[in-house]
Design a protein around this ligand. Structure first.
Ligand code: MET
Length: 521
C-alpha cells in the first residue's frame, strides 16, 4: 500500500481579472499548510487552479472583446501563475477546468449520475446571481428601496431565469448529509460554519439545476449537447479530476479523499452540501474537512473589484516582501473570521514583530558572536534557570504550534512563535551580554547567553519555514546551521523543540537584515 498524502486544496478561482489579496490569502494558507506537513516529513499534495467556464467568465471575456479561451489563457499565464510566484506559493498541481484531463472525467462523472437515475429533466424558474454563479433562494436576496432584488453577497441585481434544465436529486441526500455531519464532526469547520450548514440542510434541500442552456461556454452535457454543465458542478469536480479520478487509480488512491478544502465562507454551501452529495451519489469517499475562512475587509467592507478596493498581491510584496505578506495575513486574522487589512496595520506589524522583533534579534546575536567569539558559536557551559526556562518555552511553543496548525489556527501558531522570539529578546535584555562581555571572568556566562539565543533561533527557523521560507533560509545561513545539521528542509518540526541541536563551533555571519527597515513613503 502506498502512503496517503496530506492533500490540501484551494478553491479554483474564476479568471475574470487578475487575482487580489483575497484569493492570495487562501492560497497562502494552503501553501503554509502544505509546507508544514512537508516539514513534518509527511507526503503532501497541494492543489490550486482556475475555474474557467460559466457566464461570469464568459461575460468578462466578452467585455474584453476576446474569446473566453483566449481570455483565460492570457490571465492564467500572465496574471494568476505569476501572482503565486510573487507570494512564493509552491503548488504541486495547478488545474484549469478547460483542460481535457478535467473535462473528459467530468463528462463521465455526470453521465454516471444520469445513468443511475440521479438526474432528471425539469424546468428552472428562479433567481440567479452571475457574480456567485448561484441559483438563489429567497433568503439569499434583499429587496432594494426601488424594488430590485439584490444578491446579499454582491449587492448587485439578481437575474430571473426560466430554463429547461437537468436537475440533480439533491433533496434525496439531505438525510445522508446530516448523518455525515454527525458522524464526521470535523467535516465542516469552524463550528460557526458547521452550525450554519446543518441549519441549512435541516430546512430541507431543493434539487439542483446542473445544466444551463442559454449560453455555451461550458462542458457539453454528454447525453444532451445543447446543454452545458452548471459551472459549480464542473468546478467542484476539479478536486478529484486533478487527483486522477477515472484516469489514474493509483494516484487517486494516494490523494483522495482530500484532507482539507480551504474555502471562503461565501462558497461554503457548495463545498459542504452539494459537493459531498455529489460524491455520495457517485460512491466516492467525501473529503475529511471543508474549512471556511472569513473575508478580508478593506475600509470595513468586503474587498471588491467594482468598488476599487481590490489590492493586487504584488502591491504589498513589492514593499514588504513575500514573507511579510504571508506572515501578516495569517498572524493577524483568526482563520475562520473576517479580518481587516490596512497599510498602517501591516507596517506596524512588520516593524514591531518582524524588523524589530525577529530581524533585530538575529542580527544582534550574530553581531555579538562575531565580535566576542570571532563568529564561532561558543558552548553553553553555564546553562542555568534562565536558560532552562527558554528551553522549556521552546518545547511548549513547538507543541502549541503543532496543535494549532492541526486545527488550522495559523494565528495561534504564529502568535506562539512570536511570543518565543519575544521571550528571547526579553532574555537578552535582562542578561545584558554587552555588559557581561566587559568582565573577562564572565566569559562562560557570555558564551551561554549567546548560545542559548542562537539555539532558539535555530528552532525559530524551522518553525517559521512553512510561513516565511525566504527569511528562514536566511536565518539558517546566518546561524551557519547547514554545515552540521543539513538543509533546513530536512529539519522536522516535531523535533524542533529538542534542546541543544545547533552545534558549538557553527559559524555565524550577520549578513543583510532579515527584514529591511521600511523606507518612508
Ligand atoms: N470559482 C469559484 C470562486 O472563485 C470557486 C470554485 S471552487 C470549486 O468562488
Amino acid at each position: 500500500m502506498s502512503e496517503k498524502a496530506y492533500y490540501v486544496t484551494t478553491p479554483i478561482y474564476y479568471v475574470t481579472a487578475p487575482p487580489h489579496i483575497g484569493s492570495a490569502y487562501t492560497t497562502v494558507a494552503g501553501d503554509v499548510l502544505s509546507r508544514w506537513h512537508a516539514q513534518r516529513g509527511e507526503r503532501k499534495w497541494y492543489l490550486t487552479g482556475t475555474d474557467e467556464h460559466g457566464e461570469k467568465v464568459l461575460r468578462s471575456a466578452e467585455a474584453q472583446g476576446v474569446s473566453p479561451q483566449e481570455w483565460t489563457d492570457k490571465l492564467v499565464e500572465e496574471a494568476w501563475k505569476p501572482a503565486w510566484v510573487d507570494i512564493d506559493v509552491q503548488y504541486d498541481d495547478f488545474i484549469r477546468t478547460t483542460e481535457p484531463r478535467h473535462t473528459e472525467r467530468v463528462r463521465e462523472f455526470v453521465q454516471k449520475l444520469y445513468d443511475q437515475g440521479d438526474v432528471y429533466k425539469g424546468q428552472y424558474e428562479g433567481l440567479y446571481c452571475v457574480g456567485c454563479e448561484e441559483f438563489k433562494l429567497p433568503a439569499d436576496i434583499k429587496t432594494a428601496e426601488d424594488g430590485t432584488q439584490l444578491c446579499l453577497i454582491h449587492g448587485t441585481e439578481v437575474e430571473t431565469l426560466s430554463e429547461t434544465n437537468y436537475f440533480f436529486k439533491l433533496s434525496a441526500y439531505a438525510d445522508r448529509l446530516l448523518a455525515l455531519y454527525e458522524s464526521q464532526p470535523d467535516f465542516v469547520a469552524p463550528t460557526s460554519a458547521r452550525n450554519e450548514v446543518i441549519a441549512f440542510v435541516k430546512q430541507g434541500l431543493q434539487d439542483l439545476s446542473i445544466t444551463r442552456s442559454t449560453f455555451d461556454w461550458g462542458i457539453p452535457v454528454p447525453w444532451d449537447e445543447k446543454h452545458v454543465l452548471y459551472v459549480w458542478v464542473d468546478a467542484l469536480l476539479n478536486y478529484v479530476t486533478a487527483a486522477g479520478y477515472g484516469a489514474d487509480p493509483e494516484r487517486f488512491e494516494k490523494l483522495w479523499p482530500a484532507n482539507v478544502h480551504l474555502v471562503g465562507k461565501d462558497i461554503l454551501r457548495f463545498h459542504a452540501v452539494i459537493w459531498p452529495a455529489m460524491l455520495i451519489a457517485a460512491g466516492l469517499p467525501v473529503p475529511k474537512q471543508v474549512f471556511a475562512h472569513g473575508w478580508l475587509l478593506v475600509g470595513g467592507e468586503k474587498m471588491s473589484k467594482s468598488k476599487l478596493t481590490a489590492i493586487a498581491p504584488h502591491e504589498i510584496t513589492d514593499h514588504f516582501g513575500s514573507d511579510a505578506f504571508r506572515y501578516y495575513f495569517l498572524r493577524t486574522i483568526q482563520f475562520g473570521s473576517d479580518g481587516s487589512f490596512s497599510w498602517e496595520h501591516l507596517s506596524a506589524v512588520y516593524t514591531s514583530e518582524l524588523a524589530n522583533g525577529l530581524g533585530n534579534l538575529a542580527s544582534r546575536i550574530a553581531a555579538m558572536v562575531g565580535k566576542y567569539f570571532d563568529g564561532a558559536l561558543p558552548e553553553a557551559t553555564d546553562h542555568g534557570p534562565a536558560e532552562q526556562a527558554l528551553a522549556d518555552k521552546l518545547a511548549q511553543t513547538v507543541a502549541a504550534a503543532e496543535q494549532a496548525i492541526e486545527t488550522l489556527a495559523f494565528h495561534d501558531a504564529l502568535a506562539a512563535i512570536n511570543d518565543l522570539v519575544g521571550a528571547v529578546n526579553g532574555y537578552v535584555s535582562e542578561q545584558e551580554p554587552w555588559k557581561v562581555a566587559k568582565d573577562e571572568s564572565q566569559r562562560e556566562r557570555l558564551a551561554t547567553i549567546l548560545y542559548t539565543s542562537a539555539e532558539v533561533l535555530r528552532a525559530v527557523a524551522v518553525l517559521h519555514n512553512p510561513t516565511m521560507p525566504k527569511t528562514s533560509e536566511k536565518l539558517w545561513t546566518l546561524l551557519g546551521a547547514e554545515a552540521k545539521l543539513g538543509s533546513l528542509a530536512d529539519q522536522r518540526v516535531q523535533d524542533a523543540g529538542t534542546w541543544g541541536q545547533l552545534p558549538a563551533g557553527s559559524v555565524l555571519t550577520k549578513g543583510d537584515p532579515l527584514f529591511p527597515r521600511l523606507e518612508e513613503a
